[in-house]
Design a protein around this ligand. Structure first.
Ligand SMILES: [Zn+2]
Length: 300
């Protein structure tokens, strides 16, 4: 793209020498289009890293872990809240990077005051009522959900597990296939599971940066302005309450987090971001009726 642009400029200069009058309309249009293309360099390409699990094992592990989380958590059955997060989630899941991953995403609401959301390998996502309370607009929620979805697409949970247990993991995965038992149970013997120190839900700063950038892509594709994700992180950083700390302990802050998101937003094709379900206020009203248990420091 850069080479084409400079060739264009060379041609342009010579044509300016031959006729010093003014640019023809088509030439001006071409120039403006090329200028816009140079400004939008295109989204950063991000690929999943090293992984000893198959994608099918991501799915199985995520489903087993999701069943455990549903047992341990206070699930919210409010139809308005569930319809709301599902509408946003389905929209994000229709974006090319999410679709190409082949994973099917599910979205559930948990009564928990911690400002948090988490997604398990293969696609099950849990959204805390604390996060629904904390967001100022739908785009901020879509941003956090897009960030979580990106951890799934990039397979960060099983990538972390693969790196942590590179020696024992192939045997454990083989054993599970042989006895067709619980993958979560097999991994628990290696100390990989849910809970406070789970590698499945504790990501590196690099993972976080990647999920931020891909999250920005997903929300932009869905019609939400990606700079709202940057705004939400700024807001979270400005708070020092327990609810905000939980998110930042699960999703450690990379350097220049919101600046990196804003820069990525500027690389995306220019478009108007105006999408809204129109249900944000209804969601907030339904939320006001939900009772939450006291805050916990850790994700289940
Ligand atoms: Zn994260």
């Amino acid at each position: 793209m850069r080479r084409q642009t400079s060739m264009h400029f060379r041609r342009k200069r010579s044509s300016l020498v031959s006729s010093t009058v003014r640019w023809s309309k088509p030439a001006l249009v071409t120039f403006l289009l090329l200028g816009m293309a140079a400004a939008a360099q295109g989204p950063t390409e991000i690929k999943p890293g090293f992984n000893l699990f198959t994608k099918q094992q991501d799915v199985q592990l995520g489903q087993e872990a999701a069943a455990k989380i549903r047992q341990k958590s206070v699930m919210v059955n409010d139809p308005t809240l569930n319809a709301y997060v599902n509408a946003i989630g389905r929209r994000l899941a229709a974006s090319p990077e999410a679709r190409d991953s082949g994973f099917s995403f599910t979205f559930a609401v948990v009564a928990d005051p911690a400002i948090n959301a988490y997604a398990l390998p293969g696609g099950p996502m849990f959204i805390n009522t604390g996060l629904l309370r904390a967001v100022d607009n739908e785009a901020q929620l879509a941003g956090v959900m897009g960030h979580e979805m990106s951890h799934v697409i990039l397979r960060h949970g099983t990538n972390q597990a693969s790196k942590a247990e590179i020696l024992q993991l192939p045997l454990a995965l083989a054993a599970q296939i042989t006895d067709n038992g619980s993958l979560l149970g097999e991994l628990a013997q290696l100390g990989i599971g849910l809970g406070a120190d789970s590698v499945l839900l504790k990501f590196s700063r690099t993972d976080e940066s990647q999920a931020d950038l891909m999250g920005a892509h997903l929300m932009a594709e869905a019609g939400y302005n990606p700079t709202q994700l940057a705004k939400f992180f700024d807001k979270l950083n400005a708070q020092d309450n327990l609810g905000a700390l939980v998110f930042l302990s699960d999703h450690p802050n990379p350097d220049n987090r919101s600046r990196a998101i804003r820069q990525e937003a500027a690389r995306l094709p220019r478009q108007t971001y105006g999408y809204q379900t129109g249900q944000f206020q209804q969601m907030k009203r339904a939320l006001a009726t939900i009772k939450e248990p006291p805050p916990k420091l850790n994700t289940p």
